[in-house]
Design a protein around this ligand. Structure first.
Ligand code: SF4
Length: 379
């Protein structure tokens, strides 16, 4: 069984392969592949119009190309410019989004158009950094608008592209984890730094998008036709199905305690749990943070524990943590009193009607049944 790194640990590449070697020719290969095999007839390609690029990028979030095309065309027919979109009411805009889902996108689009008209004279700002300041536009979308419209040399990193980078560079950890995402951005920047100065940004950016959606697919990457296959880390290590790693499961904290099942003459010592708190309002056994604390409490009552009184430990799972419980079953000598105000000696015969948490009730089975039976029979 292979041991995988911790969720935020990053394995940049094979130890013997410097990153520069992986970056070498990366952009050139992507461009070359895009020209030969990428998509060229999508309605928003080659427009050079940031409004159209922006609209397509927002519509394509979480939505497939084939679904987006008719929406994109209808939307532009009704709102052909940023000004026409900004001048519309939200009620006029929403019907053109109905059925695409994620309606906050449409509301942000509308609001953003109004900001562009009011604050930028109806023109998109000229750089990715400034575009990313607009409402509802993230870093990758801003970069795509700037790369397609202005040829700005700035990297993109949408979901599909993250998958390509994750696999090609062998990056472990969930891409949604901040440290992993930052690492991916670094790799995307370095790939651009290593690219030739005359790189065709539109071809490169489209190439990355197309590779992610057409070749380096989520379920079944087609490494056989991938231009990056010769030195892709995931392919070399057989990690295509491992990377990108899924969202880490929330780790549940572990706690532990010791419980004292103290009984005497068919009575058991229970403790009403304070509210709010663990098992608040229920009756439980006296609980201690450690077995040593439990032993000290017993010693103070004149009881010396022996190993034979230790019961089998078990784990009880709560929503937010797992509690490891070490119970001790001890017969108290005569005359032992309650030591905490919320404690009470409860007769075995009443246990059925006492509100107890399930794991504590389970421990009652360890009580000496003959004494309880005797009590029930009135002897
Ligand atoms: S070789 Fe395979 S895993 Fe690597 S980038 Fe290409 S399609 Fe993805």
């Amino acid at each position: 069984m292979s041991v995988r790194p911790a969720e935020t640990e990053i394995v940049p590449a094979l130890e013997s392969t410097p990153l520069t070697a992986l970056h070498e020719n990366f952009a050139a290969r992507v461009c070359e592949w895009q020209r030969a095999h990428g998509r060229h007839r999508l309605p928003w390609q080659k427009t050079g119009d940031p409004y159209r690029t922006w609209l397509s990028e927002i519509m394509l979030q979480q939505t497939q190309v084939s679904t987006v095309i008719p929406y994109y065309e209808r939307f532009l027919e009704r709102f052909p410019t940023i000004e026409s979109l900004a001048a519309a009411t939200q009620d006029e805009v929403m019907p053109y989004w109905a059925g695409l889902g994620y309606y906050a996108r449409a509301r942000n689009l509308h609001r953003c158009a109004q900001v562009i008209v009011a604050s930028h004279g109806g023109r998109f700002p000229p750089t990715a950094c400034e575009i990313a300041e607009l409402p509802g536009i993230g870093r990758s979308t801003a970069a795509a608008i700037a790369a397609f419209s202005y040829g700005e040399r700035t990297p993109i990193l949408d979901g599909n592209v993250k998958r390509v980078f994750t696999r090609y560079f062998g990056v472990h950890g969930h891409p949604g984890v901040r440290a992993v995402e930052q690492r991916l951005w670094q790799l995307a920047e370095t790939a651009l730094d290593a690219a030739p100065p005359d790189l065709d940004m539109a071809a490169y950016t489209h190439g990355l998008m197309d590779l992610g959606s057409q070749v380096c697919k989520r379920g079944k990457p087609e490494c056989g036709v991938c231009p990056l296959a010769s030195d892709c880390v995931a392919k070399r290590l057989g990690l295509q199905q491992v990377l990108p790693e899924p969202k880490p499961r929330r780790t549940v904290p572990e706690r532990s305690c010791a419980m004292l099942l103290l009984h005497h003459n068919d009575y058991v010592l229970l403790e009403k749990q304070p509210q709010p708190g663990l098992w608040g309002g229920l009756w439980s056994l006296p609980r201690f943070d450690t077995p040593d604390e439990l032993a000290d409490a017993c010693r103070n009552q004149g009881i010396t524990l022996s190993e034979s009184q230790r019961m089998a430990s078990f784990v009880h799972t709560f929503t937010h943590f797992r509690l490891h419980i070490e119970p001790w079953c001890v017969e108290a000598p005569a005359g032992i009193a309650e030591t905490r105000p919320q404690q009470e000696w409860i007769p075995f015969t009443r246990l059925e009607s006492v509100a107890m948490p399930a794991p504590v009730r389970g421990l009652m089975a360890a009580l000496p049944a003959p004494q309880a039976d005797a009590l029930r029979e009135g002897r």
